[in-house]
Design a protein around this ligand. Structure first.
Ligand code: GLN
Length: 478
């Protein structure tokens, strides 16, 4: 039977002839089938994945170095473009849309030998925290199918959690990789804004969006990041900074770090008491292990969620204006209506409730009468957050916090209360507002039996420290 632990071990097993790529793909196709009630995949590319796996098996010769992701079975969130495959962003409006080019991250995966196994369910246009906003049904948490997997990249998180693929690519605008990783007990990495090209990623809020990685280990996440990061002529916001060999950097000797946590985050009344307690206990363990951990005041915490929702809805209202029933996707039946009516009907029928809510909110905060009161104000707060962040990283190597204030909630529990759903993003949106890298690592188990994680954040483009520290923290928690 095929068993997976890390890419490194898988490659050793391939080279020793203990397994094959075909065997791996077969086992994942079977697992996806067996766990179809999770609704994690919208489409499985079984035949082509098997065909490519056979090709890789035939090409492999003993003694030669394998490509970094040779035979690695990857799932893609349904917002990442894979040429000649459907791409729907979890929305009816793109139900019949076929991607016409590869996202740069996909090109890089393929060039490194990865096998793409399928397209994963997500909240419509990546807007949500529970996957209940998908036009194709909710995804279920594999630990307890009455609970949400988190969102918006729920299908991608569950796929790694339930062993339906080796790694997944998701997207993180305000926590959509870290929050479901936390709820599902896997590693979820959002790199620095500009580390990975956004070319071919369906835009939600362009100054926040980043492709992120779900994996079972920090090592796998580091290796995938190393492959997909880096400069790209198709995305002017991507950094030209050299991409370190993250996976090799992980082998460096352990280090003592200087860590900060926000007092307001751990004292927040909305934080589940058991999460607070275990995080505090872990902080003590870190201190005992020789790290310095200090509390810092972060009086701006209560502003992060409103700032995030003003700015992202504004950007979304502009980005999603391209879905008008003319250029792309769904068009309402054309009987006797004028162009404005056609736009209205196509958008009302094609977009779901949450997406419509955000387009309206965003249009409102950008409207002439309210622009200064909301949009400009939020931009000013974003600037304050950046200044404060810079000051913190002048003193500390990293900031730690819970990833989410609660564990995975029940399906339907929050779906009628958007504000409560928004508030659950309190710890994750900060990293996107200021553009720093952040990861959720699965360290804890709640007395209710559900997993939860610790979020670690470092300064811009310091993924090396982020990954090294995360690996050390995973060891400390053992
Ligand atoms: N939950 C957040 C939202 O709904 C984050 C989404 C994301 O990161 N794509 O906006």
């Amino acid at each position: 039977m095929f068993r997976y632990s890390t890419i490194k071990d898988y490659h050793i097993a391939l080279q020793n002839g203990q397994t094959t790529c075909v065997e791996a793909v077969h086992s994942y196709i079977q697992a996806i089938h067996d766990r179809s009630s999770l609704n994690a995949f919208l489409e499985v590319y079984a035949a082509e994945a098997l065909q490519y796996a056979a090709l890789l098996d035939a090409q492999r010769t003993t003694g030669t170095q394998l490509a970094p992701l040779h035979g690695v079975v990857v799932g893609l969130k349904d917002v990442i473009s894979y040429k000649a495959h459907h791409l729907s962003a979890g929305s009816h409006i793109l139900e019949n849309f076929t991607a016409i080019y590869n996202a740069t991250a996909v090109d890089k995966l393929l060039a490194a030998g990865a096998i793409i196994i399928g397209r994963q369910n997500c909240d419509e246009f990546a807007m949500g925290s529970s996957n209940e906003n998908s036009a194709y049904g909710s995804v279920k948490n594999a630990v307890d199918e009455t609970r949400v997997p988190g969102g918006s990249s729920g299908g991608s998180a569950v796929s790694v959690q339930a062993g339906l693929c080796m790694v997944s690519l998701g997207s993180d605008t305000g926590g959509s990789v870290r929050q479901p990783a936390d709820f599902c007990g896997v590693v979820g990495l959002k790199p620095t804004y500009g580390r990975i090209s956004r070319y071919g990623l369906v835009a939600y809020a362009s100054s926040f969006d980043q492709i992120g990685i779900f994996a079972g280990s920090v090592d796998d996440a580091a290796l995938v990041l190393e492959v997909i990061a880096g400069t790209d002529d198709f995305d002017s916001t991507v950094s030209a900074k050299e991409v370190p060999a993250y996976s090799e950097e992980l082998a460096a000797a352990p280090k003592k770090y200087k860590l900060a946590y926000f007092k307001e985050a751990l004292e927040h009344p909305g934080l589940d008491p058991a999460i607070r307690q275990q995080t505090n206990y872990f902080i003590k363990k870190l201190t005992n292990a020789g790290h310095t951990v200090q509390s810092v005041d972060f009086e701006l915490l209560e502003y992060v969620v409103p700032t995030y929702y003003v700015l992202t809805t504004a950007e979304a209202s502009s980005n999603l204006s391209r879905f008008d029933g003319v250029k792309y996707g769904y068009r309402a039946p054309l009987t006797g209506i004028d162009l404005t009516e056609l736009y209205k009907a196509s958008r009302s029928q094609g977009f779901g409730k949450e997406v419509q809510r955000r387009i309206m909110l965003g249009t409102f905060v950008l409207s002439a009468g309210y622009f200064d009161a909301y949009f400009t104000k939020a931009q000013q707060v974003r600037r304050l957050l950046s200044d404060r962040t810079r000051a913190i990283f002048a003193e500390f190597d990293a900031i730690i916090s819970p990833t989410v204030p609660s564990t995975a909630f029940k399906l339907g529990e929050k779906s009628n209360d958007p504000v409560e759903m928004f508030l659950a993003d309190i710890y994750t949106v900060f990293a996107n507002l200021v553009g720093i890298p952040a990861i959720s690592i699965p360290l804890f188990q709640h007395p209710n039996g559900l997993p939860f994680g610790l979020q670690v954040m470092t300064s811009h483009f310091d993924e090396v420290s982020l990954l090294r520290l995360s690996k050390q923290l995973m060891d400390i928690s053992k």
